[in-house]
Design a protein around this ligand. Structure first.
Ligand code: FAD
Ligand code: NAG
Ligand code: NAG
Ligand code: NAG
Length: 682
């Protein structure tokens, strides 16, 4: 991929950043098996139709099929799970900007336009069709005639959904996250003690020993392998070692005793297990190494592989073992209902078939759909389109706030005012430092930009983790779980580091972030953020259009959340200050050290620049008495029958520190709930 950085002549400004709408990418030749694209059989009937194959949809589809039911899993994208950009853990930023799978949303974070435009990542489209941002050139102006697009929010339209581009981090929700759902709904099956079984069912832990010691906390035979970055990688690179030692020292805790401040002490910190079921896991401030979803070849894995293994399983005579069909390039346009009874009943979905149909896909629009049709569900339709698309699909189907549907001429099936509201996200904010020399780990890595990439070759050929080298990690080896002064009983900050200049998303960010190989980003993620003011709204009744998405950052609980972010940045600043320079020190480059230092300046920086990538909660589970609840505790859409939602939009509050693993856990629970209902009405 080549991104052009162009000097733009604008009032009083120097350099800014432009990138092509569809970026040039060095597409290596295809890399083996991909699931063939197949359209649905128009008019066909399955017991279950699942819309969306991401973290929510795929495990559920696999479980229902394994239990003997007929299942149609529909996704609007293709399968690119065997492409190098997807497979290589270190390539995850590039996976999120990889043309064959990327869905680019442009979102807003503030209602106030002046505030919105203070974000240096705010993207404009130039008259030539390219994207333009100010970035570190804070006084630059967009070229004349440019139009506002918003802030890039990367998502994936592909088999596996965002689990084929995400950063592979696998961190379980807190106990309180689950117990709160149980308390709100009165459904004790959501309690943390009950939810643990689903994590153990799905995990295939490869970083701990099985047996008595860890059997209470972990699973060792599920579909999701979890592994750690080989610690040899960390000690090989003196810059990274020094950052880790400083991270441990800066915690200010004597937790490592006399080893504090030494390489051995730092490595000892990396033996702690972030997904333990231990009672102090949510409350102790500790540094942990981060488990990643990688298989024994240190290759990305996840629900895509699970659902494909079920769909392609055969009996000894070669016949298919399970009734699971996967159809791709198939955009569901609405759920259909039988409205002849007292309660509308979902009967199936309408779809259109073709490449790049959804307009989040930045590739030149195709000629439109090559086919369209209806498929039927004899039992249920389950919507798993993710936090942006699930509310869009429900609204397009007539399930949502009556006034909004009327404004777009959509016939009302059920007035559910909560659909598309309650949008939540984590806040993320960086402190970036630049070193005079490269990380030795990245010295010869080209991130597949050039015809040859020695780092890729090592990763591919190496038989042992130590020989596979730097691409066996996502670049984020550890995280410090910490309380801010405004937290509840559980810690609310995750502070980790990354070998990149990462300050959020804008078109071309992946190449920009890794260009130098010299920069380190301390990242603060705010867990349990308080703001629920965001929403997802229709821009038209055309299912190919993307919705209007506004997070309204900090509109609720803003002061507390900003204080927490400031404390995270202060930790990061002192971690740079206190660095023991085993291999040179770091000079802070972002935010600009000339202008951003005091708590008030850091706070304003967070208002201007904070981003997120765990959008969720737009079709929330809630109490029977709550008019804004979209789902009951069994994932059923209220007021209709035969329709459920199983994905990140079903959470009432954003869970834990990362969201994919909680969503897998939820999906496993949903399978149990749906199978129990099926057994009760055969
Ligand atoms: C850059 C980035 C990095 C991330 N890193 C991490 C991480 O390291 N750890 C972590 O825990 N989380 C991470 N996440 C978040 C996590 O991956 C997602 O929140 C999670 O995958 C959401 O699951 P989902 O099932 O709700 O939706 P998705 O995974 O988005 O799946 C939705 C699927 O539905 C399909 N779809 C949508 N609409 C339609 C339609 N109308 N018809 C047919 N198909 C449709 C889409 O094509 C897509 O495949 C990251 C997210 C981003 C953006
Ligand atoms: C912005 O960052 C780039 C890359 O680090 C640097 O070359 C450039 O000088 C910076 N521009 C300004 C205005 O600080
Ligand atoms: C946007 O969506 C929210 C949540 O569904 C809803 O409350 C609000 O009325 C919608 N706004 C418009 C303008 O339709
Ligand atoms: C990272 O640091 C290097 C070395 O100072 C620099 O050349 C490069 O431009 C930086 N990257 C970015 C994105 O600023």
């Amino acid at each position: 991929m080549k991104v052009t950085s162009t000097l733009l002549l604008a009032t009083g400004a120097a350099a800014a950043w432009t990138s092509k709408k569809v970026q040039d990418q060095n597409i290596y030749p295809p890399n083996g098996y991909t699931h063939p694209v197949q359209a649905p059989q128009p008019g066909s009937t399955y017991e279950y139709i699942i819309v969306g194959s991401g973290a929510g949809g795929s495990p559920l589809a696999a479980r229902l099929a394994l239990a003997g039911h007929s299942v149609l899993l529909i996704d609007a994208g293709e399968d690119h799970g065997t492409d190098r950009q997807v497979q290589v853990p270190a390539m995850h930023p590039f996976a999120s900007e990889y043309n064959p799978i990327r869905w680019d949303y442009f979102v807003e974070r503030h209602d106030d336009e002046q505030q919105a435009l203070r974000d240096t990542k705010y993207t404009w489209q130039t008259p030539a069709g390219d994207y333009w941002q100010r970035l570190n050139d804070t006084s630059a102006q967009p070229p004349a005639g440019s139009t506002k697009k918003g802030l890039l929010y990367p998502r994936t339209g592909a088999l596996g959904g965002c689990t084929v581009h995400n950063a592979l981090l696998m961190v379980q929700a807190t106990k309180k996250d689950w117990d709160d759902i149980a308390a709100t709904t009165g459904d004790a099956s959501w309690s943390a003690s009950n939810m643990r079984q689903y994590f153990k069912k799905l995990e295939r832990n490869a970083y701990l020993q099985g047996g008595l010691l860890n059997s209470g906390s972990h699973g060792f035979s599920g579909w999701l392998p979890t592994r750690l970055t080989p610690s040899a990688l960390i000690v090989q690179d003196l810059k990274i070692t020094s950052l880790l030692i400083t991270a441990a020292t800066t915690t200010g805790k004597g937790l490592l005793g006399s080893l504090l401040g030494t390489v051995a002490g730092a490595l000892q910190a990396l033996t702690l297990d972030v997904n333990t079921d231990a009672s102090n896991r949510d409350t102790a401030d500790l540094i942990y190494q981060m488990p990643l979803a990688m298989n024994e070849d240190y290759m990305r894995t996840g629900p895509r592989d699970f659902v494909l293994s079920v769909a392609t399983a055969t009996n000894s005579d070669g016949s298919r073992k399970y009734k699971l069909d996967i159809v791709l390039n198939t955009l569901v346009t609405k759920v259909n209902f039988d409205q002849s009874g007292a309660v509308p009943k979902a009967t199936g979905v309408d779809y259109i078939f073709g490449k790049s149909l959804y307009r989040a896909d930045p590739r030149p629009a195709s000629n439109g759909p090559s086919a369209s049709g209806t498929v039927y569900a004899s039992r249920e339709v389950i919507v798993s389109g993710g936090a942006f698309n699930t509310p869009q699909i429900l609204k397009l189907s007539g399930v949502g706030p009556a006034a909004e549907l009327a404004a777009h001429g959509i016939p009302l099936v059920k007035n559910l005012p909560g659909v598309g509201g309650n949008l939540q996200d984590r806040y993320e904010i960086p402190i970036v430092g630049e070193a005079p020399t490269k990380f030795s780990l990245l010295a010869d890595c080209t991130f597949l930009a050039a015809a040859g990439d020695p780092c890729y070759d090592r990763w591919k050929a190496g038989k042992l983790a130590e020989l596979k080298g730097s691409y066996t990690t996502n670049g984020i080896a550890w995280g410090y779980l910490k309380h801010s002064s405004t937290s509840g009983p559980d810690h609310d900050l995750w502070i980790g580091g990354s070998t990149a200049y990462f300050h959020g998303y804008f078109p071309g960010y992946s190449r920009y972030a890794t260009a130098g190989g010299n920069n380190w980003s301390w990242l603060t993620l705010k867990a349990h953020s308080r703001n629920r003011a965001g929403s997802v709204n229709l821009t038209s009744a055309d299912p190919r259009d993307t919705p209007y998405i506004n997070f309204r950052n900090f509109a609720e609980g803003g002061e507390e959340d900003l204080q927490a972010l400031v404390e995270g940045m202060q930790y990061s600043l002192s971690a740079f200050d206190k660095l023991v320079p085993l291999d040179g020190s770091f000079k802070r480059v972002w935010p600009d050290p000339k202008t951003v230092n005091t708590p008030a300046e850091l706070r304003q920086f967070a208002i201007d620049e904070a981003w997120g990538h765990h959008a969720s909660c737009t079709a929330p589970i809630g109490a029977d008495s709550d008019p804004m609840a979209v789902l009951d505790s069994k994932f059923r859409v209220r007021g209709v029958s035969g329709l459920r939602v199983v994905d990140a939009s079903a959470f009432p509050r954003i869970p834990g520190l990362f969201i994919a693993l909680p969503t897998y856990t939820m999906s496993e629970k949903a399978a149990d709930v749906i199978l129990a209902d099926a057994a009760a009405s055969p």
